[in-house]
Design a protein around this ligand. Structure first.
Ligand code: COA
Length: 172
């Protein structure tokens, strides 16, 4: 269990997957996602099992009342380079705009930099996902580059933005 100011993070459990399926079938939640985990419960259970055998970590995000409101995680952990990719989804829409996403990212960064001793945490975000980009900037991420027409989604090409935060910048 990792404690933030508003949220608590714990390992995602199999019993959390029905909520994840609900979120991943909500077009408002998945609108800007680069890729969404597979859609049905069976497929989600397969996704969950596949991640368990890797360095990828998936964490449930709980609010102050202990309710599951989203999930987040890391992937592509590279020990030699001390870097990883981070992602975040607040699936409960009535929890948006209350600071939970910001606190979840700050809490993850504190853990990844201070406990795991990583040097670089990076991510890729849809250029039109302004709310997410603002959140990441608030947490110390800087824009590094634009991948033009990187993906074809919902009938058109979209640009992706890569962002990263370094340990030495963290907490400044
Ligand atoms: C994008 C997403 C992660 C944002 O999460 P969130 O919990 O709503 O974000 P926050 O509440 O921390 O910040 C959003 C807004 O709330 C405001 N806010 C309200 N209370 C706040 C508090 N106590 N602390 C910080 N911000 C607060 C912020 O100022 C911010 O305003 P802004 O969007 O105008 O900049 C969430 O909407 C989501 O998961 N969307 C669907 C999936 C997705 O797009 N994920 C990101 C993929 S890269």
């Amino acid at each position: 269990m990792i404690e933030g100011e508003l949220v608590r993070l714990r390992a995602l459990e199999r019993s959390d997957l029905p909520a994840v399926v609900r979120w991943m079938n909500d077009p408002e939640v998945t609108r800007y996602l680069l890729s969404a985990p597979r859609y049905g419960l069976e497929e989600m259970e397969q996704w969950y099992s596949e991640r368990r055998g890797t360095d990828d970590r998936t964490l449930a995000i709980l609010n102050e009342g202990g309710e599951l409101i989203g999930y987040c995680g890391i992937s592509r952990l590279e020990w030699e380079e001390r870097r990883c990719n981070l992602w975040l989804i607040i699936g409960e829409k009535d929890a948006w705009g209350r600071g939970y996403g910001t606190d979840a990212v700050r809490t993850m960064l504190r853990y990844l930099f201070d406990e795991v001793n990583l040097n670089r945490v990076y991510l890729t975000v849809d250029e039109e996902n302004h709310r997410a980009m603002g959140l990441y900037e608030r947490c110390g991420f800087r824009r590094e580059g634009v991948h033009r027409s990187a993906r074809f989604k919902n009938g058109r090409y979209r640009n992706d933005v890569t962002m990263a935060v370094l340990k030495r910048e963290w907490g400044q």
